[in-house]
Design a protein around this ligand. Structure first.
Ligand SMILES: [Fe+2]
Length: 179
């Protein structure tokens, strides 16, 4: 099943997510919805229900771990709950700007690809990168955070470009029209 908003929040309650996590997820869902509608308006085939559920549930694994493993931990938890695989994969692939199979192996993750590949996966991953706590803020702030942490900035910029190519305009301008 693809949880609706009420069911997604009920899952957060069941697993004991903090208000901070729930509010963060709601903000990422807000941004994801805007991008999902913009893509649909341009005739792009996206699954808005999967995007909404994936965005609302992307950090549910933080109830178990604060590490980079919270993506696949959350995905496993949702799988166990009978959540549709399309949502599970959004959650599994949202960490950073994605984690390659090689990086995953060196981190000791279960074998696999953790890079967002579908438009639904990319929209939620990008929206998450645009949100700090419960606020949408400029993309360059996330670039600086990636730089500080030694993450792959090229991959982050590519994620934004992939969405821009589908939208025909800058997704940041849609999320932050006044910046
Ligand atoms: Fe996360």
């Amino acid at each position: 099943m693809i949880p609706d908003e009420g069911q997604a929040i009920a899952l957060h309650r069941k697993y004991g997510s903090s208000e901070r996590i729930v509010n963060h997820c709601r903000t990422v869902a807000h941004g994801s919805k805007i991008l999902s509608s913009a893509l649909a308006a341009r005739g792009k085939g996206v699954d808005p229900a999967a995007i909404l559920a994936g965005a609302l549930l992307h950090d549910i694994g933080r109830t178990m771990t604060q590490g980079v493993d919270h993506g696949y931990v959350g995905a496993g938890l949702l799988e166990k709950e009978g959540v549709d695989n399309v949502v599970v994969e959004i959650v599994r692939r949202h960490v950073g700007a994605g984690i390659s199979p090689e990086e995953a192996a060196s981190l000791g993750f279960p074998k696999g690809d953790y890079i967002p590949r579908t438009l639904e996966q990319k929209v939620v991953c990008f929206s998450d990168k645009m949100v700090s706590a419960d606020m949408i803020r400029p993309f360059e702030e996330e670039v600086r955070r990636f730089e500080r942490k030694g993450h792959d900035v090229g991959r982050l910029r590519q994620l934004k470009k992939d969405i821009q190519d589908e939208l025909g305009e800058d997704p940041e301008k849609i999320l932050l029209p006044d910046v």
